[in-house]
Design a protein around this ligand. Structure first.
Ligand code: R5P
Length: 332
């Protein structure tokens, strides 16, 4: 086991043993987040000793006994997405074969989520395929956060808990004491979430009508229209993912053209594909607030990017799942 941190969360006594002892296994996709969750819970990280064979195949060897325990594997399936997924499948298989009593895959960022439906004939539904593989590999439960589409929860044939980082983002924005804030939904897919954020910030909503004129070009974004109060307002653009940055940069430009005073982007998953940070630095954007669901390396941090931690939320949810306590209570 790696370290033995001091917990900040208190455990209920007997309930915590219903599924065996709580164990945290850190995959390699976001070790920093796993360490922070370990600090919050006081549960040390189990080292899965992930290594690669010379031909690139992944191997793991879990370093502690998992027999009869309630195991949480922390592995957002972020860049490099295919490696992160394959490592998760192999970790789940190893844990199942090691007789873990229950295995929860903690996937704060779920790669392939944007391929959750067919938009053209003869396309795959990759998000469903990944969900199938995760349960097939051995996950008894899945812990997710701000999925690109809520319906993806139903792709898993095991219990899921779907968390949101909205309260964390909203609390940070509230601290900024914006005088006259509007919440902006950059496309129809984000509308319901933006409505929730608007309630949290007690702000009116702005809807943007965005389209991708070249569906095969991931960077092509066109803003056709917007409805709502923008002039002289501090606009908070809500996003689930920033990948190329194309969407939020075009939305920010359109907002400034319509007279917005400040533009703040609030986004859960900083995918930040190559070129995105440079694009954001040059854009008419005052701040980009993201979470550490995906690691943000030091060279990508700093203005305009601020990174908030979702480790306390994930740690609390893990302990609640372990103790069979309500997770939805966290969001009431
Ligand atoms: C799209 O439906 C998503 O909500 C995001 O708007 C999109 O993934 C952002 O991608 P990009 O940063 O490449 O525009």
């Amino acid at each position: 086991m790696i370290g033995r941190p001091l917990p900040t969360i208190e455990f209920a006594d007997e309930a915590s043993l219903a599924w065996g002892e709580l164990r945290l296994v850190a995959g390699s996709s976001n070790l920093e987040l796993a360490r922070l969750i370990s600090e919050e819970t006081g549960v040390p990280l189990t080292d899965p000793r992930v290594r690669r064979f010379p031909d690139g195949e992944i191997d793991v060897k879990i370093q502690d006994s998992m027999r009869g325990h309630d195991v949480f594997v922390i592995q957002p399936t972020c860049h490099p997405v295919n490696d992160s997924l394959m490592e998760l499948f192999i970790l789940l298989d190893a844990l199942r074969r090691a007789s873990a009593r229950r295995i929860t895959a903690v996937i704060p960022y779920f790669g392939y989520a944007r391929k959750e439906r067919k938009s053209q004939p003869r396309e795959p539904i990759s998000a469903k395929l990944m969900a199938n593989f995760i349960t097939l590999a051995g996950a008894d439960r899945v812990l997710l956060m701000d999925l690109h589409a809520d319906a993806i929860e139903g792709f898993f044939d095991v219990p899921t808990d779907h968390l949101t980082a909205q309260k964390i983002l909203a609390a940070y924005i509230r601290e900024r004491q914006l005088a006259n804030c509007s919440v902006v939904a950059p496309d129809a897919g984000v509308a319901k979430r933006a409505e929730h954020m608007a309630r949290l910030l007690n702000a009116p909503l702005v809807f943007v009508y965005k389209r991708r004129p070249e569906p095969e070009d991931d960077e092509s974004v066109e803003i056709l229209d917007m409805a709502g109060d923008v002039e002289s307002r501090d606009c908070v653009v809500l996003e689930d993912i920033i990948s190329t940055g194309g969407t939020v940069v075009e939305v920010a430009r359109a907002l400034k053209d319509h007279g917005a005073r400040h533009v703040i982007i609030a986004c859960t998953h900083p995918v930040l594909a190559p070129g995105a940070v440079e694009r954001l630095r040059e854009a008419p954007v005052d701040e980009v607030v993201v979470t550490n669901s995906i690691p943000v390396p030091p060279e990508k941090r700093g203005p305009p990017i601020t990174v908030l931690s979702v480790a306390p939320l994930l740690a609390e949810a893990i302990v609640r799942v372990h103790e069979n306590r309500s997770v939805s209570e966290l969001f009431r």
